[in-house]
Design a protein around this ligand. Structure first.
Ligand SMILES: N[C@@H](CCC(=O)N[C@@H](CS)C(=O)NCC(=O)O)C(=O)O
Length: 211
Protein backbone atom coordinates (compact mmCIF):
# COMPACT_ATOMS: atom_id res chain seq x y z
CA UNK A 1 0.00 0.00 0.00
CA UNK A 2 1.30 3.49 -0.86
CA UNK A 3 1.82 6.03 1.89
CA UNK A 4 0.50 8.73 -0.36
CA UNK A 5 -3.20 8.94 -1.08
CA UNK A 6 -4.75 11.37 -3.56
CA UNK A 7 -8.43 11.97 -2.88
CA UNK A 8 -10.87 12.83 -5.63
CA UNK A 9 -14.58 12.39 -6.39
CA UNK A 10 -15.99 8.95 -7.15
CA UNK A 11 -17.69 10.24 -10.30
CA UNK A 12 -18.22 13.49 -12.20
CA UNK A 13 -20.29 14.28 -15.32
CA UNK A 14 -18.48 14.14 -18.64
CA UNK A 15 -17.64 17.81 -19.04
CA UNK A 16 -15.19 18.23 -16.13
CA UNK A 17 -13.46 14.89 -16.80
CA UNK A 18 -9.82 15.42 -17.60
CA UNK A 19 -9.87 18.69 -15.65
CA UNK A 20 -10.65 17.67 -12.07
CA UNK A 21 -7.72 18.97 -10.07
CA UNK A 22 -6.64 15.61 -8.68
CA UNK A 23 -4.98 15.41 -12.10
CA UNK A 24 -2.40 17.97 -10.96
CA UNK A 25 -1.38 15.71 -8.10
CA UNK A 26 -1.42 12.51 -10.16
CA UNK A 27 0.73 14.28 -12.75
CA UNK A 28 3.24 15.53 -10.15
CA UNK A 29 3.54 12.05 -8.63
CA UNK A 30 4.09 10.57 -12.08
CA UNK A 31 6.80 13.15 -12.86
CA UNK A 32 8.54 12.51 -9.55
CA UNK A 33 7.95 8.73 -9.60
CA UNK A 34 6.25 8.89 -6.22
CA UNK A 35 3.93 5.90 -5.69
CA UNK A 36 0.36 6.85 -4.83
CA UNK A 37 -3.13 5.49 -4.45
CA UNK A 38 -6.32 7.24 -5.45
CA UNK A 39 -9.32 7.18 -3.11
CA UNK A 40 -12.68 8.82 -3.46
CA UNK A 41 -15.40 10.77 -1.73
CA UNK A 42 -18.95 10.75 -3.11
CA UNK A 43 -19.90 13.25 -5.80
CA UNK A 44 -23.35 13.41 -4.21
CA UNK A 45 -23.10 15.07 -0.80
CA UNK A 46 -19.79 16.68 -1.75
CA UNK A 47 -20.83 19.96 -0.14
CA UNK A 48 -21.14 18.39 3.30
CA UNK A 49 -19.42 15.06 3.19
CA UNK A 50 -15.71 15.64 3.69
CA UNK A 51 -15.43 19.04 5.30
CA UNK A 52 -12.93 17.73 7.83
CA UNK A 53 -10.53 16.97 4.97
CA UNK A 54 -11.37 19.87 2.62
CA UNK A 55 -13.20 22.70 4.36
CA UNK A 56 -14.91 23.85 1.14
CA UNK A 57 -16.22 20.38 0.31
CA UNK A 58 -13.95 20.17 -2.75
CA UNK A 59 -11.23 17.90 -4.07
CA UNK A 60 -8.38 17.20 -4.25
CA UNK A 61 -6.76 16.60 -0.94
CA UNK A 62 -3.84 14.44 0.03
CA UNK A 63 -2.77 12.09 2.82
CA UNK A 64 0.91 11.50 3.25
CA UNK A 65 1.53 9.51 6.41
CA UNK A 66 0.38 11.73 9.25
CA UNK A 67 0.05 14.76 6.97
CA UNK A 68 -3.34 15.70 5.59
CA UNK A 69 -3.33 18.63 3.20
CA UNK A 70 -5.79 20.34 0.82
CA UNK A 71 -5.58 22.96 -1.97
CA UNK A 72 -4.01 21.66 -5.15
CA UNK A 73 -1.25 24.31 -5.02
CA UNK A 74 -0.30 23.43 -1.45
CA UNK A 75 -0.38 19.72 -2.31
CA UNK A 76 1.90 20.34 -5.30
CA UNK A 77 4.39 22.24 -3.18
CA UNK A 78 4.28 19.46 -0.62
CA UNK A 79 5.12 16.96 -3.37
CA UNK A 80 7.82 19.26 -4.74
CA UNK A 81 9.64 19.04 -1.42
CA UNK A 82 10.02 15.33 -2.01
CA UNK A 83 11.65 15.48 -5.42
CA UNK A 84 13.99 17.82 -7.24
CA UNK A 85 12.31 16.66 -10.44
CA UNK A 86 9.54 19.06 -9.46
CA UNK A 87 11.54 21.90 -7.91
CA UNK A 88 15.27 22.63 -8.08
CA UNK A 89 17.15 22.76 -4.81
CA UNK A 90 19.23 25.87 -5.46
CA UNK A 91 17.76 28.94 -3.72
CA UNK A 92 17.21 30.95 -6.91
CA UNK A 93 15.60 28.09 -8.83
CA UNK A 94 13.43 27.26 -5.85
CA UNK A 95 12.33 30.88 -5.33
CA UNK A 96 11.44 31.24 -9.01
CA UNK A 97 9.48 27.99 -8.95
CA UNK A 98 7.49 29.14 -5.91
CA UNK A 99 6.88 32.50 -7.54
CA UNK A 100 5.43 30.96 -10.71
CA UNK A 101 3.32 28.44 -8.80
CA UNK A 102 1.68 31.32 -6.97
CA UNK A 103 1.40 33.33 -10.21
CA UNK A 104 -0.44 30.45 -11.90
CA UNK A 105 -2.95 30.39 -9.05
CA UNK A 106 -3.17 33.99 -8.03
CA UNK A 107 -2.56 35.95 -11.23
CA UNK A 108 -3.99 33.64 -13.90
CA UNK A 109 -6.44 31.15 -12.37
CA UNK A 110 -7.80 33.84 -10.06
CA UNK A 111 -9.04 35.61 -13.21
CA UNK A 112 -9.55 32.70 -15.60
CA UNK A 113 -11.92 30.65 -13.45
CA UNK A 114 -14.46 33.44 -12.81
CA UNK A 115 -14.20 34.44 -16.51
CA UNK A 116 -14.79 30.82 -17.57
CA UNK A 117 -17.75 30.54 -15.18
CA UNK A 118 -19.41 33.62 -16.69
CA UNK A 119 -18.78 32.19 -20.18
CA UNK A 120 -20.27 28.76 -19.50
CA UNK A 121 -23.26 30.22 -17.73
CA UNK A 122 -23.95 32.31 -20.84
CA UNK A 123 -23.54 35.73 -19.23
CA UNK A 124 -23.74 38.46 -21.86
CA UNK A 125 -20.85 40.92 -21.83
CA UNK A 126 -18.40 39.01 -19.69
CA UNK A 127 -16.95 41.90 -17.73
CA UNK A 128 -13.79 39.97 -16.88
CA UNK A 129 -12.68 39.64 -20.52
CA UNK A 130 -10.38 42.68 -20.50
CA UNK A 131 -8.73 41.66 -17.27
CA UNK A 132 -8.16 38.11 -18.51
CA UNK A 133 -6.93 39.33 -21.88
CA UNK A 134 -4.28 41.46 -20.21
CA UNK A 135 -3.07 38.55 -18.04
CA UNK A 136 -2.94 36.16 -21.00
CA UNK A 137 -1.12 38.74 -23.13
CA UNK A 138 1.53 39.13 -20.46
CA UNK A 139 1.92 35.34 -20.31
CA UNK A 140 2.26 35.27 -24.09
CA UNK A 141 5.07 37.86 -23.93
CA UNK A 142 6.86 35.84 -21.24
CA UNK A 143 6.43 32.51 -23.02
CA UNK A 144 7.76 33.99 -26.26
CA UNK A 145 11.05 34.50 -24.47
CA UNK A 146 11.46 31.23 -22.60
CA UNK A 147 10.69 27.57 -22.78
CA UNK A 148 10.11 27.02 -19.05
CA UNK A 149 8.97 29.40 -16.32
CA UNK A 150 11.72 28.80 -13.76
CA UNK A 151 15.30 27.59 -13.66
CA UNK A 152 15.48 26.88 -17.43
CA UNK A 153 13.88 23.48 -16.93
CA UNK A 154 10.54 21.82 -16.28
CA UNK A 155 9.27 22.41 -12.76
CA UNK A 156 6.01 22.07 -10.90
CA UNK A 157 5.35 25.70 -11.90
CA UNK A 158 5.06 24.60 -15.55
CA UNK A 159 2.82 21.72 -14.55
CA UNK A 160 0.46 24.11 -12.81
CA UNK A 161 0.62 26.96 -15.34
CA UNK A 162 0.00 24.57 -18.24
CA UNK A 163 -2.89 22.99 -16.36
CA UNK A 164 -4.43 26.43 -15.84
CA UNK A 165 -3.88 27.47 -19.48
CA UNK A 166 -4.97 24.23 -21.17
CA UNK A 167 -8.69 24.88 -20.64
CA UNK A 168 -10.12 24.95 -24.17
CA UNK A 169 -12.09 28.18 -23.77
CA UNK A 170 -8.93 29.99 -22.67
CA UNK A 171 -6.96 28.57 -25.59
CA UNK A 172 -9.35 29.99 -28.14
CA UNK A 173 -9.57 33.33 -26.37
CA UNK A 174 -7.22 35.18 -28.71
CA UNK A 175 -4.40 33.92 -30.86
CA UNK A 176 -1.40 33.35 -28.56
CA UNK A 177 1.00 31.01 -30.38
CA UNK A 178 3.73 30.94 -27.73
CA UNK A 179 1.21 30.06 -25.01
CA UNK A 180 -0.31 27.42 -27.26
CA UNK A 181 3.10 25.89 -28.00
CA UNK A 182 3.88 25.95 -24.27
CA UNK A 183 0.69 24.11 -23.33
CA UNK A 184 1.36 21.54 -26.06
CA UNK A 185 4.99 21.11 -24.95
CA UNK A 186 4.14 20.64 -21.29
CA UNK A 187 1.12 18.39 -21.80
CA UNK A 188 3.10 16.26 -24.25
CA UNK A 189 5.01 14.87 -21.30
CA UNK A 190 4.35 11.18 -20.66
CA UNK A 191 3.51 11.91 -17.01
CA UNK A 192 0.65 14.21 -18.04
CA UNK A 193 -0.67 11.69 -20.55
CA UNK A 194 -0.66 8.92 -17.96
CA UNK A 195 -2.36 11.06 -15.31
CA UNK A 196 -4.96 12.26 -17.82
CA UNK A 197 -5.71 8.77 -19.15
CA UNK A 198 -6.02 7.38 -15.65
CA UNK A 199 -8.35 10.13 -14.51
CA UNK A 200 -10.57 9.59 -17.55
CA UNK A 201 -10.61 5.84 -16.90
CA UNK A 202 -11.40 6.40 -13.23
CA UNK A 203 -14.54 8.41 -13.97
CA UNK A 204 -15.61 6.23 -16.89
CA UNK A 205 -15.38 3.14 -14.70
CA UNK A 206 -17.88 4.75 -12.32
CA UNK A 207 -20.47 5.35 -15.07
CA UNK A 208 -23.48 3.16 -14.53
CA UNK A 209 -22.45 2.09 -11.05
CA UNK A 210 -25.28 2.42 -8.56
CA UNK A 211 -24.80 5.44 -6.32
N1 LIG B 1 -8.68 26.02 -4.93
C1 LIG B 1 -9.03 24.64 -4.97
C2 LIG B 1 -10.14 24.45 -5.97
C3 LIG B 1 -10.63 23.04 -5.92
C4 LIG B 1 -11.78 22.80 -6.89
O1 LIG B 1 -12.27 23.72 -7.59
N2 LIG B 1 -12.21 21.54 -6.94
C5 LIG B 1 -13.30 21.14 -7.79
C6 LIG B 1 -12.88 19.98 -8.67
S1 LIG B 1 -11.58 20.47 -9.73
C7 LIG B 1 -14.43 20.62 -6.92
O2 LIG B 1 -14.20 19.93 -5.94
N3 LIG B 1 -15.65 20.96 -7.30
C8 LIG B 1 -16.80 20.49 -6.62
C9 LIG B 1 -17.44 21.58 -5.83
O3 LIG B 1 -16.91 22.70 -5.77
O4 LIG B 1 -18.50 21.28 -5.25
C10 LIG B 1 -7.80 23.78 -5.33
O5 LIG B 1 -7.01 24.23 -6.16
O6 LIG B 1 -7.65 22.68 -4.78
Amino acid sequence: MSELIIWTLDWVPERPRGFVRDLRLRWACEEAEIPYEVKTVPFDDRETNHLAQQPFGQVPFLNDGEIQIFESGACLLHLARKSDKLMPRDPVGEAHTLQWVIAALNSIEMVSVPWWFLEVTGTKDNGLAGWLESRLDHMERILKEREWLAADRFTVADLLMADVLRVSKLRVFGNRPASEAYVTRVTDRPAFKKAYTEQMAHFEAADGKPV
